[in-house]
Design a protein around this ligand. Structure first.
Ligand code: SF4
Length: 347
């Protein structure tokens, strides 16, 4: 298993089949409160990840306390990263969650190095730091404290309403370093959201989280994406979502059409076959073969539809196509207090 080198610790006799062969390297935990899920607790050797190569994104460093994500978004293109752990990119991604239990402690050590230049650190670039596991493990408060204590500016992007728990800690951190808070919201229709993001909070709960962040002094940004052709791209639906976001205190909205990367594409195709076979020909036309992005024509049409709505609601922002090119992961937040360039959300 490729993550073997990152772990030490004791073996749980109840480990999943296959994992027990790692001998002394992993503890796997199941609990009644998280039925169907297994947490694989690991002791990470490193916490700060350097984004390799020249980056078009306004961050070079990330911290990811979890691998896999119980929000289980069908379209999530972090799915393939689970294959590096010898899990599959489908159901395993949703319920086999790797937890770096010592991430804050390791991070604190790394941030204390004389060589650390206090560059911006992005949280939420691969999997969601406020997914359900965070309710059990509470890794984020110590991560926030470590970053603030070291004078490191950071940003958090999430779909998780658990963010509310840490707003006081985030606000305290924001008194000493720049802290940015962003929320990812793709689908306002409840039944469709439940089908495509079965483990994620409702649209209403996320809107209320934006409101809470706003009341805590942040000016939250929203990634209204991925917009799904012929499922969520109706002007009236987007208009209503923007109205609610604005009313809750959102400052800036970046929108973009669905990307279907390998790993996510197969999974999304299965969803279409099961739930909306009528749309299969249309989607095969929009995303033929190995293509990842919707055609330029569609993206222009979407842009022409959404931009006037942003203006109508007094929101800044724009299309992800206006932002720096996507890198490799999923998404990123934007500065809450400054006019940083709009980031690309990567799914
Ligand atoms: S898109 Fe984000 S919230 Fe959804 S499953 Fe992927 S990492 Fe989790």
């Amino acid at each position: 298993m490729r993550w073997q080198g990152q772990q030490v610790g004791a073996t749980d006799p109840d480990a999943l089949p296959g994992l027990e062969s790692l001998g002394g390297l992993v503890r796997s935990v199941t609990t009644p409160e998280f039925a169907g899920m297994t947490f694989h607790e690991v002791l990470a050797k490193s916490a700060l990840n350097h984004v390799p190569g020249p980056s078009a994104m306004p961050f070079d460093w990330t911290v990811n306390p979890y691998r896999g994500c119980s929000h289980a978004c069908v379209y999530c293109f972090a799915r393939r990263t689970h294959e590096y752990l010898d899990f599959d990119s489908g159901a395993d991604f949703d319920r086999e969650i790797v937890v770096k239990t010592n991430v804050a402690e390791v991070l604190r050590r790394e941030l204390a190095r004389p060589s650390w230049a206090r560059e911006h650190v992005a949280l939420g670039t691969n999997t969601d730091p406020y997914q359900r596991a965070e309710g059990r493990y509470r890794l984020m408060p110590d991560i926030i404290e470590a970053l603030a204590d070291s004078g490191t500016p950071f940003s958090v992007l999430t779909k998780g309403t658990l963010l509310r728990r840490d707003l006081p800690a985030l606000a305290a951190a924001a008194s000493v370093v720049d802290v940015d808070v962003s929320m990812s919201i793709a689908i306002s229709h409840d039944a469709l959201r439940e089908s495509l993001e079965p483990g994620a909070p409702t649209f209403r709960a996320r809107v209320e989280t934006i409101r809470a962040a706003s009341e805590a002094g942040f000016r939250p940004m929203v990634f209204l994406m991925p917009i799904l052709p012929h499922l969520t791209d109706d002007a009236a639906i987007i208009d209503d979502a923007l109205r609610q976001l604005k009313e809750a205190g959102a400052r800036r909205v970046v929108f973009g059409a669905l990307h279907l990367r390998p790993g996510a594409k197969e999974w999304f195709w299965q969803w279409l076959e099961r739930e909306r076979p009528d749309l299969l020909p249309l989607y095969r036309g929009l995303y033929p073969g190995a293509s990842v992005s919707a055609p330029v024509g569609y993206r222009k049409l979407l842009s022409a539809r959404v931009r006037p709505l942003l203006r109508r609601h007094g929101l800044t922002g724009g299309a992800e196509d206006d932002a720096p090119a996507p890198r490799a992961s999923r998404l990123m937040p934007v500065r809450a207090t400054a006019s940083a360039p709009a980031p690309a959300m990567l799914f």
